[in-house]
Design a protein around this ligand. Structure first.
Ligand SMILES: Nc1nc2c(c(=O)[nH]1)N[C@H]1C(S)=C(S)[C@@H](COP(=O)(O)OP(=O)(O)OC[C@H]3O[C@@H](n4cnc5c(=O)[nH]c(N)nc54)[C@H](O)[C@@H]3O)O[C@H]1N2
Ligand SMILES: Nc1nc2c(c(=O)[nH]1)N[C@H]1C(S)=C(S)[C@@H](COP(=O)(O)OP(=O)(O)OC[C@H]3O[C@@H](n4cnc5c(=O)[nH]c(N)nc54)[C@H](O)[C@@H]3O)O[C@H]1N2
Ligand code: SF4
Ligand SMILES: [Mo]
Length: 724
């Protein structure tokens, strides 16, 4: 589409006629008329620098992308493209990108590679997969995929190949939180931040850990709509800085705070009795249960004054239902994460904020459909996933990466000897890196499809160069929930693929073809999209015109006349299924393990210019954070004789790293923090190799006992000054 067509399509031509001077940089209309047609084409796409998929418009000049801008019609991100979105160009044109298929020559991790042609690479991947299947059954092969629209083809391949063993990044991220809300409401909610009047944000950092539309809506809510924001975080984050109140809560004690809120709301009868009676189950049991959790008790545990807890409970109730405990996302905090998040969900239940403005919203109808297929059945196979039955309520499709890894190492209940990895970097994002290396060493053959030589690729046997998001054709993605989004996006190539990169779909299709599974990949992405949009046939055309399709589906009141998908068919303050399974039906507070003397709790967290490990080699973004530092409280540093900028050694039960100290008051005395992604083993990520410290070399690999979600905030470290 040309730039002029784009302006026509977005209505900016008309807007220009009315508000011309503003749009045309102060020129009067007559002066503006002779402006030369631009040399570039404007093309729609959706950002892939993180999972949010913000709509964008690329300027493409002679087959080269020159700039990425936000798509003003993309309401989900409120017409925003963040720093990482802008820096997407460097992802595509990164000189360190993988260019050709590479076959390992030396020992794993030694970095000796041989360039091979694609035909040979596809043949080899297929042959090795066949060997593993014959020797160890189909479940003897593991498949892992990250957030992506092609990832579903990894799942499809695994299923037709016969393996139940598929993992994603999700068990390193948010499954314990999803579990908790699902088991309270019957579905995972989307917060209506824009219309909320009171938000308690515990362990979420929305002004740095960007989630659209929440991050932008939060700013509008607090700046323009009079919303009060309270943040609980051991660090003084940017979200804390912009909050009305910030409490440096003792890590791991959030449940005590939430149960004390429930204590006050129930004790003072601050809830809406009609809502509680009609829509919830278990108030009586909850009332009895939370009697013990007084604000005084919680204050002792979490360090937030009792009178503030009482006041916040009253303020929340007064603002309800346009008030919320923000559900959060990366909930991988502790071994009882599911129960911690259940306490968040329960307070929301008491506020009666479900399905109403300013509260928690049910998923809106998008209209996109799945594409089904009949997978073959293999008699000679294992009964279940390798990680099955080790935690009571794992999500079957996600599994648990950490439980899988332990099971692979123990070969229990069976061996896994092949691994296919697409667009995820467990070597950099799963805690306890040494264990992931051990897991690699257990494998006969590992294939990694990535755009960069990630640490996971660095330890693989075969590394295949992937197309970037601006080069590939993607299936449609439905973005659900929240006032701003019941929308569909797609991606088309903006430029010719660089080097020899290929799409995951083409790679899977190639391998399937060699394994007599070709029939399951006998279609094009365009045909696949048609099937996905069969119930909204206008969507593809609208996306070509606007870059996004909106389904004008209902936002509020979706649950009127509908039952909740829980055992009681109501919002479960008391969870009957947990009771049947022998789990606590209501969250019981267990204090977090005390930080041992002279040690610190290590926490992780986001920076607005970094996405996990995948932007660490991006030279535009690297300028914001050229290396990582250890946030260390001023008083604690003084006691250890550590000055700002000193090199320190950080030691945990599983690893040891060195980096510079950043002495600051922005963190509790018992907690330290560092940014993730640095000190890669791969020398082919030139900006991050041997630079700073790797946090996941230090993190221990505990997990949530209900879902198997990694619990990333349970590691204690010692910090000592390195003598130069
Ligand atoms: N230490 C640490 N661990 C963490 C986290 C943390 O903050 N710190 N966060 C946790 C959370 S919340 C999550 S969601 C997970 C995320 O865990 P991962 O899914 O492992 O996320 P990334 O680190 O972003 O790794 C993405 C990989 O995809 C590659 N990639 C990027 N674009 C493309 C592409 O277009 N095609 C292909 N084929 N590859 C591409 C990148 O090079 C990178 O290797 O990590 C979890 N673990
Ligand atoms: N810029 C940017 N944005 C992103 C991402 C990114 O990598 N970069 N990743 C995306 C992804 S995949 C996700 S899952 C989300 C993550 O979104 P969030 O979950 O909001 O992000 P984190 O920064 O991991 O937030 C964790 C915060 O909890 C604090 N914390 C640690 N322990 C405790 C505790 O016990 N109690 C309390 N109350 N706080 C605690 C930490 O100090 C940290 O500030 O962000 C998404 N958005
Ligand atoms: S939040 Fe930023 S990085 Fe994530 S999709 Fe949107 S623009 Fe891209
Ligand atoms: Mo995440």
């Amino acid at each position: 589409m040309s730039r002029r067509d784009f302006f026509k399509a977005t209505g900016l031509v008309a807007a220009g006629a009315v508000g011309g001077p503003a749009l045309l940089g102060g020129l009067k209309k007559a002066q503006a008329a002779p402006m030369a047609a631009p040399a570039w084409d404007s093309m729609f796409s959706a950002c892939d620098m993180c999972f949010n998929k913000c709509g964008l418009i690329a300027r493409v000049e002679n087959g080269v992308i020159k700039k990425l801008d936000p798509n003003p019609k993309f309401l989900k991100s409120r017409g925003m493209l963040c720093a990482r979105g802008n820096a997407g160009l460097d992802q595509v044109y990164d000189p360190d990108r993988l260019k050709h298929p590479l076959l390992r020559k030396g020992a794993r991790g030694e970095g000796k590679w041989q360039r091979i042609p694609w035909d040979e690479a596809i043949d080899m991947a297929a042959q090795k997969m066949e060997e593993v299947r014959k020797k160890y059954t189909p479940c003897g092969h593991l498949f892992s995929a990250g957030t992506d629209l092609h990832s579903q083809f990894v799942g499809r391949f695994a299923e037709v190949y016969g393996s139940f063993n598929v993992t994603s990044h999700e068990s390193l991220c948010l499954v314990s939180g999803n579990r908790a809300f699902l088991d309270t409401y019957g579905e995972v909610p989307f917060p209506d931040v824009l219309n909320s009047k009171y938000i308690v944000m515990a362990g979420a950092n929305r002004f740095e850990a960007l989630v659209t539309p929440d991050s932008i809506d939060l700013m509008t809510a607090i700046r323009e709509n009079g919303c009060k924001l309270v943040t609980l975080d051991p660090r003084y984050t940017k979200t804390a800085a912009l909050s009305d109140e910030w409490y440096p809560i003792r890590p791991g004690s959030d449940m005590a705070f939430m149960l004390a809120l429930a204590h006050v709301i129930i004790g003072e009868k601050l809830y809406d009795p009609q809502w509680i009676e009609e829509k919830t189950y278990g108030l009586e049991q909850l009332a009895e249960h939370v009697k013990q959790y007084t604000p005084g008790f919680a204050a002792e545990e979490c360090g937030i004054p009792a009178e503030d807890i009482t006041r916040m409970a009253r303020e929340l109730a007064a603002a309800a239902p346009a008030a919320m405990i923000y559900p959060g996302r990366r909930t991988s905090d502790y071994e009882d994460s599911t129960q911690i998040r259940r306490s968040f969900a329960i307070v929301n239940g008491l506020l009666g904020n479900w399905d109403r403005p300013g509260g928690l919203l049910a998923a809106r109808q998008v209209g996109l459909k799945g594409v089904s297929y009949d997978a073959p059945w293999y008699d000679e196979n294992q009964d279940d996933r390798i990680d099955a039955h080790k935690v009571p309520m794992m999500f079957e499709h996600e599994g648990s990466f950490l439980v899988t890894r332990d099971s692979v190492l123990a070969e229990d209940p069976y061996p896994i000897k092949g691994w296919f990895v697409y667009k995820t970097n467990p070597m950099g994002t799963a805690p306890n890196r040494k264990k992931t290396i051990e897991m690699m060493n257990k494998m006969d053959f590992v294939t990694v499809v990535d755009i960069a030589m990630s640490d996971t690729a660095w330890y693989a046997d075969l590394v295949l160069p992937s197309q970037s998001y601006l080069e590939r054709t993607d299936p449609c993605a439905g973005l659900q929930g929240s006032v701003a989004c019941a929308c569909v996006v797609k991606r088309d190539p903006l430029i010719k693929s660089l080097y020899e990169s290929r799409s995951l779909f083409d790679i899977m299709k190639g391998i399937a073809g060699k394994m007599d599974l070709g029939e399951y990949f006998d279609f094009t992405i365009e045909e696949f999209r048609k099937k996905q949009t069969r119930e909204i046939p206008e969507a593809l055309e609208v996306m070509d015109r606007d870059g996004v399709y909106y389904n004008p589906s209902k936002v509020y009141g979706i649950y009127e006349g509908r039952i909740y998908k829980t055992l009681s068919k109501k919002v479960e303050l008391y969870n009957q299924r947990y009771e049947q399974m022998g789990l606590d039906p209501m969250p019981i507070y267990t204090p977090p393990t005390k930080v041992p003397k002279n040690q610190f709790r290590l926490v992780l967290g986001r920076d607005a210019a970094v996405t996990q490990t995948s932007t660490i080699n991006n030279k535009l973004l690297n300028e914001f954070n050229p290396t990582n530092t250890l946030w260390l409280n001023t008083e604690a540093a003084g006691k250890l004789g550590i000055a700002d900028g000193d090199l320190v050694e950080v030691t945990s039960p599983v690893g040891r790293q060195e980096l510079k100290a950043e002495v600051t008051d922005r963190i509790r005395k018992d907690t330290v923090y560092m940014l993730s992604g640095y000190n890669t083993l791969s020398t082919m990520q030139t900006l991050s190799h041997a630079n700073g410290a790797s946090i996941n070399e230090l993190l221990d690999d505990d997990y949530d006992t209900i879902t198997g979600n990694a619990s990333m905030h349970t590691t204690f470290v010692t910090v000592t000054r390195k003598v130069a």
